[in-house]
Write a protein that binds this ligand. Structure first.
Ligand code: DQA
Length: 182
């Protein structure tokens, strides 16, 4: 699998989304939950094109992330839908809750103006993730509607893309610091 790590940290849009309505910066000490949102066909992981997406099921990915979230003392909200509107509603919900989002929008990544608007309109920090390296695949997968409004994009690492996104949002060192008061 080819590897690709992209980050748009520092871009104006992303910076604005760090600003919570109360004027505070959404830095890790304020994070109590992480929302992981999965789009269409990701419920088929395990059986779906294992050569592209691997053999782990979505439930197994959830279990791994659950452990990583427990380590960091944050709640995991893990969801999947085949419907674009559900993802829009859940992004808005995370924004209202002040929770960062790890978003694998599946094929909606490449088409959804509604999701881009939802991210733009919410205060949620969003990290876009993909299991596969979409840039090494068909040209229609090369464009993302999400990337322009995401804080960063992590793709091509299989299920580890999700764990790397969590690490980007909530570095393990910072979590340990929080716990030990260092
Ligand atoms: C995907 C890549 C998308 O192009 C595709 O439509 C998916 C999965 C990934 O995780 O690699 O459903 O988001």
């Amino acid at each position: 699998m080819r590897l690709s790590l992209e980050s748009r940290a520092g871009y104006e849009d992303a910076d604005r989304r760090h600003q919570r309505p109360d004027g505070q910066l959404a830095t890790s000490p304020l994070i109590t939950a992480v929302h992981v949102l999965n789009g269409p066909n990701l419920n088929l992981l395990g059986a779906r094109e294992p050569g592209v997406y691997g053999t782990l099921t979505l439930a197994e990915i959830e279990t791994k992330l659950g452990a990583a979230c427990r380590d960091r003392g944050v709640e995991l909200v893990f969801r999947q839908s085949n419907h674009e509107g559900d993802l829009v509603t859940w992004v808005q919900e995370a924004g209202r809750a002040g929770a960062p989002v790890i978003l694998n929008a599946g094929a909606y990544t490449h088409t959804s103006i509604a999701l881009q608007d939802a991210i733009r309109g919410s205060t949620a920090r969003v990290v876009e993730v993909h299991l596969s390296n979409v840039h090494a695949r068909e040209p229609f997968r090369h464009h993302s509607m999400i990337a322009a409004v995401a804080e960063g994009v992590i793709l091509g690492f299989g299920p580890r893309s999700y764990e790397l996104a969590l690490e980007a949002l909530l570095p393990r060192d910072a979590a340990a610091e929080k716990e030990t008061g260092r």
